[in-house]
Design a protein around this ligand. Structure first.
Ligand SMILES: *Cc1c(COP(=O)(O)O)cnc(C)c1O
Length: 421
């Protein structure tokens, strides 16, 4: 499909004809001690800072300085409804309706709050199914939910494992698990894009399978949001959560996004933890004692949110809105395909890409297994100005992010790797 060439001039040519190339300049690219730009391939861990972020945060600092408490209503972007300024862009980004999305709390906290509502175990149906190499925080969270409800966290946890000698999870195995234990599984909770392998799961297929067996289905889309075109509404998933500091470039520890499917929007009987921000906006400040829950995802909020962090999210979402996830995805596919092409030139016996080769089953990340390598390889790459991520025992994860990475970044990374091997 592509006619790639493995030389620097060709990489430069690709950059020259890249219609999103100008976006790189809208980000702060970290530099080495000599002032040379690093090759940053860690946007899957912490996205880079948009240059506009400072202005968005300064606006709120200024309004706070000048207005104090009046800023809740009088700030240029009033703080009281501030989270609503993010909803439409966020909903568009993840393929959801505005009523299904809210930005609040942090990721693992939201996973717990979602499980308060969507993990309702009974004596007979109490197990939780996750993928075997789920992100540790997710695993710890579901195990603690099992214990919280009085179940054994080993016996209650069902793992969707890759077959012996394989890295990627297989849908037939999932079907098999659900066929044999589906009536004991209360919740299927999968990482939408697996953080380790980069495998982008078919959310709709998993949801339909789970629902067929009477399970609730949720996804952690920390590695999906801003990376792949998610279609959360159409997937039919009951809930999803994601963070905004990876592909969404909103700063270390920034807030989380949360999706609750429309069919739960008006269900006041769903068990949930609540606070004054889940209460009807019209009567919230009457400080009455009868609770009146907000419809939709907003009804899961607890607190008035941190505006400074939300300002950073707004800065980032405004850029995503401007470019559109479709355009980003087009570049992403080509950038990652070029990366894959160059890596393959290194020879199959040295490295193995464990990420799916089908572009529909991955985002921008490639997880590269290097035979007989240890962490010293990663350290050497770092010293050579390539910022990537090492996972024991032998995997380098690299995420060429379409918003700010270039084809030359990729070319230089692979050249360095070749040198070090
Ligand atoms: C990054 C990530 C986390 C981190 O959770 P925090 O609560 O934001 O610290 C959790 N789960 C997944 C799948 C992740 O990718």
């Amino acid at each position: 499909m592509y006619n790639f060439q493995s030389n620097l001039n060709y990489a430069k040519q690709l950059d020259a004809s890249d219609e999103l190339a100008s976006y790189r300049d809208k980000f702060h690219i970290p530099k080495d001690k000599n002032g040379n730009e690093l090759i940053y391939l860690c946007g899957n861990s912490l996205g880079l800072q948009p240059k506009s972020t400072k202005d968005y945060i300064d606006q709120e600092l200024e309004d706070w300085a000048n207005l104090g408490v009046e800023g809740h209503l009088e700030a240029k972007n009033p703080w009281l409804p501030y989270h609503e300024f993010l909803t439409e862009s966020m909903a568009k980004l993840v393929g959801a309706k505005p009523i299904e999305v809210v930005t609040m709390n942090t990721l693992t906290a939201n996973l717990h709050f979602m499980m308060v509502s969507f993990y309702q175990p009974t004596k007979r149906r109490y197990k939780i199914l996750i993928e075997a190499d789920a992100f540790p925080s997710d695993k710890y969270a579901v195990e603690s939910q099992l214990r919280h409800h009085g179940f054994d966290d080993k016996e209650g946890l069902v793992l969707w494992e890759a077959r012996d000698g394989e890295e990627l999870a297989n849908y037939e195995d999932l079907e098999g698990i659900l066929k044999s234990q589906g009536d004991e599984i209360a919740l299927v909770m999968i990482g939408g894009v697996n953080y380790y392998t980069g495998q982008y799961f078919d959310l709709k297929r998993i949801t339909e399978l789970g629902h067929k067996h009477g399970c609730v289905v949720g996804f952690d889309c920390a590695h999906g949001a801003g990376n792949v075109e998610l279609h959360l509404h159409d997937s039919g998933a009951d809930f999803a959560i994601w963070c905004t500091y990876k592909y969404l470039n909103s700063g270390p520890g920034s807030l989380s996004g949360c999706f609750v499917h429309e069919r739960h929007a008006y269900n006041k009987d769903l068990n949930r933890f609540t606070g004054w921000w889940s209460h009807n906006k019209q009567t919230r400040f009457n400080m009455r004692h009868e609770f009146d829950v907000l419809p939709g995802a907003e009804g899961w909020q607890l607190s008035n949110p941190p505006i400074l962090s939300m300002a950073a999210i707004k800065a980032s979402l405004d850029m995503f809105n401007e470019v559109g996830i479709k355009k980003l995805n087009e570049k992403s596919r080509k950038l990652t395909a070029y990366f894959e092409f160059l890596l393959k030139q290194l020879g199959e016996d040295t490295i193995k890409i464990i990420t799916p080769s089908n572009p529909d089953e991955r985002g921008c990340q490639l997880s590269i297994q290097v035979k007989n390598a240890d962490k010293s390889l990663h350290d050497k790459l770092t010293r050579a100005g390539i910022i990537s991520d090492w996972r024991e025992p032998d995997v380098i994860r690299c995420a060429p992010v379409p918003m700010y990475n270039s084809y030359q970044d990729i070319y230089q990374m692979v050249e360095k790797l070749k040198e070090l091997l």
